[in-house]
Write a protein that binds this ligand. Structure first.
Ligand code: IMP
Length: 179
């Protein structure tokens, strides 16, 4: 385990098993259609790659970045589009892949974004959900794990851009961000 990690919350095996279930859910949901799968960078990148390989579907992939986090462990307020999509999603079924729904501000912003871009439908899959932290009422359509209110790292999640490549999800030691 990484020395900055207090404990492992979700092991590599637990994540892989649940990602398989999420993939099966997507196969049913999108049978007969070709959705545009959108990865909200950077936190979703690892999950996105595993999830889409677990779902036997015809999909297109696109990437964007919406962020409100700086190099700290608390949300800095209103999210903004940092990097736009490569292609139009007008009239398309969109599958948005998120790392975590925390306050919900990012997801609300993205829901509005896809509405304005004329998407035909929006389905949201999130790896994690922290319901205790929600400030706006919004939910993903499929959540892999509902988790406690702690700062998490690994499997795409960072603190100050580090730890994204850990293969598990761990709780970051408070001493790292309270220095
Ligand atoms: P929200 O807008 O507050 O829901 O924040 C969502 C974004 O905050 C996620 O997409 C993550 O990038 C980031 N975030 C929230 N909680 C954590 C965490 O525990 N570890 C790392 N990033 C987090």
């Amino acid at each position: 385990m990484h020395p900055d990690c207090e404990r492992i919350l979700l092991s590599e095996n637990e994540i892989a098993a649940r990602v398989k279930e999420a993939g099966a859910w997507l196969e049913k949901k999108f049978a007969g259609t070709v959705p545009v799968a959108v990865c909200n960078l950077k936190g979703s990148a690892v999950f996105f790659a595993d999830l889409l390989r677990a779902a036997h579907l015809d999909v297109e992939m696109d990437f964007m970045a919406v962020s409100s986090y700086g190099a700290n462990a608390v949300s800095s307020g209103k999210p903004y589009v940092k990097r736009d999509l490569f292609s139009s999603v007008e009239g398309r079924d969109v599958l948005l892949v998120e790392d975590i729904v925390d306050t919900g501000r990012t997801l609300i912003t993205l829901r509005q974004f896809f509405k304005e871009r004329g998407a035909k439908s929006l389905t949201v899959v999130s790896l994690l959900d922290k319901p205790a932290r929600r400030v706006v009422e919004v939910e993903a359509d499929f959540v892999c794990f509902s988790v406690e209110d702690a700062f998490l790292i690994g499997y795409g999640l960072d603190y100050a851009e580090r730890y994204r490549n850990l293969p598990y999800i761990g709780i970051l030691k408070r001493s790292v961000y309270e220095k």
